[in-house]
Design a protein around this ligand. Structure first.
Ligand SMILES: NC(=O)c1ccc[n+]([C@@H]2O[C@H](COP(=O)([O-])OP(=O)(O)OC[C@H]3O[C@@H](n4cnc5c(N)ncnc54)[C@H](OP(=O)(O)O)[C@@H]3O)[C@@H](O)[C@H]2O)c1
Length: 277
């Protein structure tokens, strides 16, 4: 029989900001903390590192691009815990500036992982969220610069307070399709695949917040956030923040107290609301 023990889970947490979120949650979360990794070896090595610090995270494999991996995780959580209390959607990718991959590929692959796979995680795991659950979708401040580079018409579509998830998916698909034809700029999209993928994550969070407020489960709080510029493999270690500093806002949002009304449905950086849906 499933236990009622509280449980938190961080995607893409074998290294970088996600690893530091697990470290912080192990110290402050009253429940089990799951480090997840698409590669079991890298995940187990990360667990061993945290064990050396006297911390005891649990491990489950998760590749957010692999639906069967996601379904296995869901079934494990359902059987073992009967629910989920904290979900930190941290896993993400970014091509290096000097990567020779064509723009069309960078647009498609970056949006596939950062936007669609994160949305998939939410669609599969949200039914498990218990009342008072907290969801943190890791975006980036680059979504702010990307949106200012969209045409006024595209900006208006992203900012429409009545936008639904299928409408957002349509805009994101239009960007990827236009990138393949090299017409994305004519259609009002910027030359910023990563920034576009993170607009998707931010607007997705705003829509999820509007949807979850109608849910019968009380006090489920969903926010997007930026960790800031963090020294990780993603930034070739050029960021100014350490991974623990980068994790701070994510952990703050993951541990928001009962019946939080703000931040809720917001984009948060340095524990400060930058924007709300
Ligand atoms: N670093 C920054 O300055 C910065 C700024 C703004 C936003 N962010 C965002 O913060 C988050 C963490 O970034 P980071 O800097 O810590 O990057 P990182 O060091 O490159 O770590 C990214 C993590 O995501 C995992 N991942 C990638 N694709 C995955 C998939 N399909 N399934 C499961 N896990 C996957 C990676 O696993 P592998 O080890 O297997 O590749 C790794 O554990 C990302 O969402 C990123 O966009 C970072």
């Amino acid at each position: 029989m499933a236990s009622n023990r509280k449980v938190s889970l961080v995607t893409g947490s074998n290294k970088g900001v996600g690893f530091a979120v697990v470290r912080a949650l192990c110290k402050s979360y009253e429940g089990d903390v799951f480090l997840t990794s698409r590669d079991v070896g890298r995940g187990q090595a990360a667990i061993a590192d945290l064990n050396k610090e006297g911390l005891q995270p649990k491990f489950h494999q998760l590749d957010i691009n692999d639906r069967s991996s996601l379904e296995r995780l869901k079934s494990f959580l359902q059987t073992t815990y009967g629910g989920l209390d904290v979900l930190v959607n941290n896993a993400g990718i970014a091509y290096k500036d000097d990567d020779p991959a064509p723009f069309s590929e960078r647009a498609e692959v970056t949006c596939k992982t950062n936007f669609w796979a994160t949305l998939d995680v939410c669609r599969v795991l949200f039914p498990l969220l218990r009342p008072h659950a907290r969801v943190v979708n890791v975006s980036s401040m680059s979504c702010q610069s990307a949106i200012t580079k969209c045409s006024p018409a595209v900006q208006g579509r992203f900012k429409d307070p009545c936008l639904m998830m299928d409408g957002l998916e349509k805009i994101m698909q239009e960007f990827v399709d236009a990138a393949k034809e090299s017409t994305h700029q004519d259609q009002g999209f910027p030359n910023m695949p990563y920034g576009m993928s993170k607009i998707g994550v931010t607007v997705m969070s705003f829509i999820q917040d509007r949807e979850i407020r109608k849910d019968s489960r009380e006090d489920i709080v969903i926010n997007a956030c930026s960790p800031g510029r963090v020294a990780t493999d993603m930034t070739s270690h050029k960021g100014t923040k350490t991974i623990d500093e980068g994790a701070d806002t994510l952990v703050y949002l993951a541990l928001l107290p009962l019946n939080t009304t703000s931040p809720r449905g917001s984009l948060v950086a340095d524990r400060t609301i930058q924007n709300s849906g």
